[in-house]
Design a protein around this ligand. Sequence first.
Ligand code: SF4
Ligand code: SF4
Length: 706
Amino acid sequence: MSYAREIEAALKDGFLRRTLDKFAVEYRAGRDRVFAEVDERALIQRIADVKDDAARHMEELYERFRAEAEKRGAVVLRAKDAAEAREIIAAIAKENDVHKIVKSKSMTAEEIGLNAHLEAAGIEVNETDLGEWIVQLRHERPSHMVMPAIHLSRGQVADEFEKATGRAQDHEDVHKLVKTARAELRPKFHAADMGISGANFLIAETGSLAIVTNEGNGRLVNTLPRVHVALAGLDKLIPTLDDALTALQVLPRNATGQRLTSYVTFIDGATACAKSPTGRKILHIVLLDNGRADLARDPLFSQIYRCVRCGACANVCPVFRLVGGHRMGHVYVGAIGLVLTYLYHDRAAANKLCQNCVGCGACKDVCSGGIDLPRLIQEIRARFAKEDGEPVVSRLARYAMRKRTTFHRLLKFMRFVQKPFAGKDGFVRHLPMALFGKQGFKSLPALAKKSFRELWPTLLRPVEKPRFRIALFAGCALDFSLPHQLVAAMKVFAHFGVEVEFPMEQTCCGLPLVTLGEKETALEVARQNIAAFAGEYDAIVTLCASCASHLKHWYKDTLGAEAEAFSAKVMDFSSFVHDKLGLTKKDFTRLDWKVAYHASCHLCRALGVKEAPRALIAAAAHYTPTPEEESCCGFGGSWSFKFPEISKELMHKKLDNACSGDATHLALDCPGCTIQLRGGADREKRPIQVVHVAEVLAASLEAGAK
Ligand code: SF4
Ligand code: SF4
C-alpha cells in the first residue's frame, strides 16, 4: 500500500483515532501533574549534559563498563553491527544448548531483527511483555516504544488470544485477557533456557545494568533461565549510578506520567542461579555499535544519544496522534523514530516518514534529553533534497525568492491573475471548490488589493518624543495577504508612542526555503534582511511568530556573529507590547468580545512566549480559555499542501476546541495559523472570527476613543 493510502486508512480508523486522542489528552494532564513537583528544565539539562559527555567518552565508558562487569562475572561482547549482534547471540544460545528463549521488551532487539534470526536457527522465542507478546502473535512491529500494542482494541487482542490458546476469550474484560496472557506465559518462563532483555542504562562505574519496567515479566526473564543475555546500544552507557538516578527522575514521568515505574532492576554481575550448572547465572552483555561510535562524533546528530527511550516525542506529536506509530516510524516511532530510521534502518522509509513532520516543536519541548528533534528532521529532509535532486517546487522557490524584487514582482503578478476570483472578504471566491481537490478543506486567502508596503506611505505618522524606535518586519503573508493586521499593529504603536520604520529592502525571512531544503538561498535571503535592518532600532518587531523564531534562532545559529546583533533585537508583537511597553488592562477599554486563544507553535515553543498574548487579550477583552490551546493547527507552510488530510484533521480539532465554549473570536500571533484557521472557520461556517492579537488591541483602543 502506498504511504498516502496508509495515512488515509489510519485517518479512517475510528478506534485508533479515539484511542490516541484520549491518550494524548490524559498523558498531557498526567505528565503536567508529576513534573509540577520537580524542576523539569534543570533535570532535562542535567540529562543532556551527562549524555553529551557520555557520547564524547563512549570508548572510555565502554572499557570501564566492561572491566567492572567482567569483574562481577559477566561476559561483555561488542557487536559492530546488527548482523554481528545476531550472530553473537545465536552463538551464545548454541554454546549453552538453548532451545527456548523468553524475552522482555528490547527496542535494540527490534533494531537488529533478533527474533527472526533466532527462530530461523530453530529456537523458540517468546515475547513476555504483554504488548510485545500481542504484536508478536500478530507478526507486527510495535507501534509505540513504551506501549507496543496501543493501536489495538481489546476485541482485536481477544481474537489473537483465541487463535493462540484455542479457547474463547472475553472480548470486553481486559483483566480476563491479562489473566489469559499470564496463564499462557508463566510456563514459558519456567521452560526457558535463556532470557533476553534490553537495558535502560549501563552504569560504567559499577558495570551494572539498570532495567526499568512496569510489568513483572522483566524480572522473570532476568532471573529464572540459567542464561541471561542483555542487549543494549553503546549509547546506553552512563558514567555513574547517580547519573542513572537523575535520568530516572525524568524517564517514567515522561513516558507514562508516573513518578517511578513498578520495577526498577539493577543487575550487578552474575548472581546466584540454581538452574545453572555452576550455580551462577551465565550473564552475557552484548553492546551494539551499529554506527553509534561514529555518530557520537557528529556535531549535530550526536545529540540523539541523549535519548532515554521514554517515547514522549510520540506521545505529544500531533501527527502520531492522528496516524499512529506504524505510519510515524519504522522500528522506533515518533520524532526519534524518524531520525533513527534515517540513521540506522531504512533510508527509503525515512525519506517518506520525515516529510510528514509538521515542525510543531512539541517533541523537542518534552524530550527527556532536550534533543532538537525538529532541527534533525529538517536536516535529514535537506539531505534528501540534495541527494534526490532538487524538486521543481524547490527550484522555483529558489529562483523566485533569491531576489526580493523578482519575488515581489511575482506576488504582484499573482494578485493581478487572481483579481477575477478574489472576494471582498479576503478569500479566493468565484471558483468551484472541486477545483481545489483535497486542498479544499479551507477557504484560500486572496492577496490583498494593496500590500502593506504599498500602504506604508499613507501610514507614516510623526511621533513626538517616541518611547521606542522600532523597525517592523512584515513577513510575506502579512505584507501581501493580511496587511490589515499590520495596520492594526500600527494603530497600537502610534497610540503608545512608538516610532516605526519599515525598511523597504526587507524580504521573506527564508523559513519556507529552509523547509524546502534550500539552505544556500535561505542564507542569501537572510543576509539581505540583515542589511535591510542595519539601522539603529530598539527592536525589530514582527507580527509573525514563525518569522520571529526563524530570525531569532536560525539566523544566529547559522550565521553566527554576522547575525547576532540583528537576532538579538527581534521580538514578536505580543512580547514587545506586553514586556517592553508594559501595557496592562489600565491601558485598554475592555471589549465585549469573548476571545479564545491559539498558541502558535513557533510562539509558545520555539520562542517560549506564553503569558504575554494571553495577558494582552485579557486586558483588552474577555479571555476565554479553551482546551489544548498549544496544539498545532496543522498549517506548517507547504506541509499542509503535502498532507492535506492530516492538516484538515488538525485544523478541525483546533476549531472544535476553540468553539467548545462561547468564544466569539479566536486570537493568534501568526499569519500561517491565520490562513489555516480563518480559512477553516469560513469553510466550515464556524461562528468564530479569527483575528491577530494586534487586532484585538486596536479594536479596544478604537472603542476607547469613541
Ligand atoms: S516537530 Fe511536531 S510533527 Fe514533527 S515530529 Fe516533532 S512533534 Fe511530531
Ligand atoms: S527523543 Fe527524547 S522524547 Fe523521544 S524517546 Fe528519546 S528521550 Fe524520549
